[in-house]
Write a protein that binds this ligand. Sequence first.
Ligand SMILES: [Mg+2]
Length: 371
Amino acid sequence: MKTTISVIKADVGSLVGHHIVPAPLLEIAEGSLSRAVDEGLISSFKVFHAGDDLELLMVHDRGERSREIHALAWKTFQEATEKAKELKLYGAGQDMLKNAFSGNIRGMGPGVAEMEIEERESDPIIVFAADKTSPGAFNYPLFRIFADPMNTAGLVIDSAMLDGFKFEVLDSKLNKRVVLQCPEEMYKLIGLIGTVSRYSISRIWRATDDQLCTVTSTTKLSLLAGKYIGKDDPVAVVRAQHGLPAVGEILAPFLHTYFVEGWMRGSHWGPLMPVSLRDSKCTAFDGPPRMVALGFQICNGRIASDKNNIPMVADLFDDPAFDLARQEAVKMATVFRRMGEFQPARLSEESMEYTMLPEILKTLKDRFKPT
Ligand SMILES: [Mg+2]
């Protein structure tokens, strides 16, 4: 039996600047996906938000890139956009780059991470969703989880993982992809994914049997729209246990903060802060960039649910074990903010290409004289 986990997200408007998705928008999404359950389109769902991004986690049996599922998400975001416009929320419809749905939501603005799986005896899944950052933000933790034996004990002591993992890396500039296998090609992999602005890990398979175990959203909004329209706030779906990294190994890289692109105006390096859903809201300098992690079990084609049919979802960063990372993030945030617009606090010139900065600098063009 095959089951598909689809996470489709968009920023369609938020309460007070780029802070949070307010209740009326979440209610619209809840209503829309509840109706889809009644109609038998999806089996279960969870609506949540990562800062100002509305996240639709849907479980169904229609496979990846299903026209019906993508249309459902598009319609839901459209309804939420209408509400956001009515309430004059900030950035209403921001990620809705196209007017009419064309069969596949990919390339239309919203971010998509989908994984079709053959259900195992027990199938623990973690969904990561970040705000104020970009797809490259997953490169570092995914490398640690699936390639670094200093993070993942299973790479050394679980025979199912001894052959390592295959990583699909996307080159967002040339729109090409390459698959590299670890440990054999580890140094080449790091060579690529260390450049987080250009390369991002899009899929990971277990090398022994090509079992798919991770997918991420890799949309580059700026490349779609040709200008800066907000960061691409990514999501990832990661499978755990039974010959894959354990849940604890998947969470271990977040014991410390690390730096990601994004933050204010998508133009700065900022420390990533793992947070609970309660703290999934960006404030200081529109940040620091934050990530939530939700865990659940797939059970007979649905999210395992309680007796009232409510999907049971664990808020994995709601834990004092991540306090140190949060404190580090606050500390590093203050260090970088003291630097204002001076590099390395601000992104490289190339990464600023889609902001208004090049336009502003153009006004000086005629004032430059030969030296
Ligand atoms: Mg966002």
